[in-house]
Design a protein around this ligand. Structure first.
Ligand code: BG6
Length: 486
């Protein structure tokens, strides 16, 4: 693996959940794999003055146990020598001056400012960085999702950040784009001749995209109750996956070419009328239930969630991409917390054969199906019918299985690691451009408005199930069912 250029990376929210769960572990893995330049420094920022020793103690407690078998005392010691801690209150100008001094701002040096904070702080932080000169062309600013709460607030943040940084310095992260299988979807589609001729309305019956989590809202009740599944997951991760499925083959993989194609998909999504919202969206919220045999509380009983909350923890909807390739093909999207299983997958259901000379297996909705699994284990399965051995000409559904873990022995970077390395290397292709994000907000906003206007309360579903029954109803009206692994 080639190493990055020399760099400084600064984590705003360095003591927060994201930094401790994802960012620091990802950099540790990159360091262990030899992907980081020797001259690469990591600055964690926090409001409380815990000092470098205090920060290292925090990492020992919170990060080391997460590293499991990858933890190595010597490697950790080398990694820790990159780490610095700096006290910073986002609103205090003096703290930025101190940061600039600690960094020793140099226009040649790649400097990444990762804003792992609440979005309402993005504007202030960027303005203050500009005041102290941490916005020269080699500075890259990473903005965590959700960027704002709606189109207006997202536009306001983008406009304010845009006054301090050029668009090519802004990395809007959607970690789903860094997942190995999502990268592989590009490879499957555009590296092979096999699928492209079939990748259209004539041969595809429907597309299903699921991100189901077993987790509830954990410690994020306050944030989540203001946000909900539509803003937290659908507006970003699910729409980005939809773009990867539906986009036209890009002429190259250069950043703006890929992002232009994704934008075209977002622009082609048919807008929801109020009638569509009522007929084609399902809003759910978990009640108490059990996950893996363990009882779990209802959403409304979670810490820092309003006891009468109407925030959705589940959303399913039927979308359509209105262009020549996809007209009439339903795209079913769903995501939920406290679902039966942790699974993220993209399912392409091909059409039935025009005339069958064989008796079809009972309950089979589609003989040919491509299933791209993102989680829990990456794989690609191509389902088809084959004859069961024996005298009778009876067919059975079976699949070709590309299990990445069996097929490829080399270690691969997880989503955050890959994306952090991309930022340091200055690769923007896997990050959202401002116009993509605005377009995604414009598409989901009528749904939120309609839910609010008609006071559509979420349908309750039992924790540990697959969501409200209405989610299956949505598909059965189109004569399909959600894919289940066989
Ligand atoms: C985040 C959401 O973007 O993605 C979380 O804010 C969610 O609510 C998480 O749990 C899921 O990511 P992953 O990679 O664990 O599926």
């Amino acid at each position: 693996m080639s190493t990055t250029p020399a760099f400084d990376i600064v984590f705003f929210g360095g003591t927060g959940d994201l930094a401790l769960r994802k960012l620091i572990p990802s950099l540790y893995h990159a360091h262990k794999a030899g992907a980081l330049h020797q001259d690469g420094r990591i600055f964690a920022l926090g409001r409380k003055d815990i000092g470098r020793d205090g920060y290292l103690a925090l990492l020992s407690e919170r990060v080391k146990p997460r590293l499991g078998v990858d933890f190595d005392e010597d490697v950790w010691a080398g990694f820790a020598s990159r780490l610095h801690f700096q006290t910073l209150d986002a609103g205090r100008a003096d703290d930025y001056a101190a940061l600039a001094q600690a960094l020793g701002v140099s226009p040649e040096r790649v400097t990444v400012c990762y804003l792992a904070t609440a979005p309402h702080l993005f504007t202030t932080i960027c303005q203050q960085l500009a005041v102290v000169g941490i916005n020269h062309p080699n500075v890259r600013v990473v903005l965590e999702k959700p960027l704002g709460h709606d189109l207006e607030s997202s536009n306001a943040i983008n406009a304010a950040v845009g006054k301090c940084f050029a668009e090519n310095q802004i990395y809007r992260i959607d970690h789903y784009l860094g997942k190995e299988s999502v990268q592989n979807l590009m490879a499957i589609r555009f590296g092979n001749t096999l699928f492209e001729p079939l990748w259209r309305r004539e041969w595809i019956d429907n597309v299903q995209i699921t991100i189901a989590e077993e987790l509830g809202v954990e410690e994020r009740g306050e944030f989540y109750d203001r946000t909900g599944a539509l803003r937290d997951m659908l507006q970003s991760h699910l729409l980005q996956l939809l773009c990867m499925v539906a986009m036209e083959p890009p002429p190259s993989l250069s950043e703006d070419v890929v992002r232009d194609e994704k934008l075209k998909v977002l622009k082609s999504l048919k807008p929801f009328t109020p009638e569509d919202v009522l007929a084609k969206t399902v809003r759910g919220q978990y009640r108490s239930g059990a996950i893996n045999g363990m009882p779990v509380a209802a959403y409304r009983d979670e810490h820092k969630v309003a006891p009468d909350s109407n925030t959705e923890t589940f959303v399913a909807l039927q979308a359509e991409v209105g262009n020549w390739r996809w007209a009439g093909v339903p795209f079913f999207l769903r995501t939920g917390k406290r679902m039966q299983e942790r699974v993220a997958e993209i399912v392409i259901n091909f059409r039935k054969v025009p005339h069958s000379v064989f008796p079809m297996p009972i309950g089979l909705h589609s003989a040919n199906r491509l299933v791209i699994r993102l989680q829990p284990k990456e794989s690609v399965r191509l389902y088809f019918l084959a004859k069961e051995p024996g005298d009778a000409m009876s067919l059975q559904s079976t699949y070709l299985n590309l299990d990445f873990h069996t097929m490829f022995k080399a270690r691969w970077a997880d989503a955050y690691e890959r994306l952090l390395l991309d930022v340091i290397r200055g690769r923007l292709a896997l990050f959202m451009r401002c116009d993509e994000q605005a377009q995604a907000w414009s598409w989901v906003e009528p749904i939120i408005d309609c839910w609010n206007r008609h006071a559509i309360a979420p349908k309750l579903y039992t924790a540990g199930s697959w969501g409200p029954a209405a989610s299956s109803g949505l598909l059965s009206r189109a004569g399909v069912v959600w894919h289940e692994e066989t």
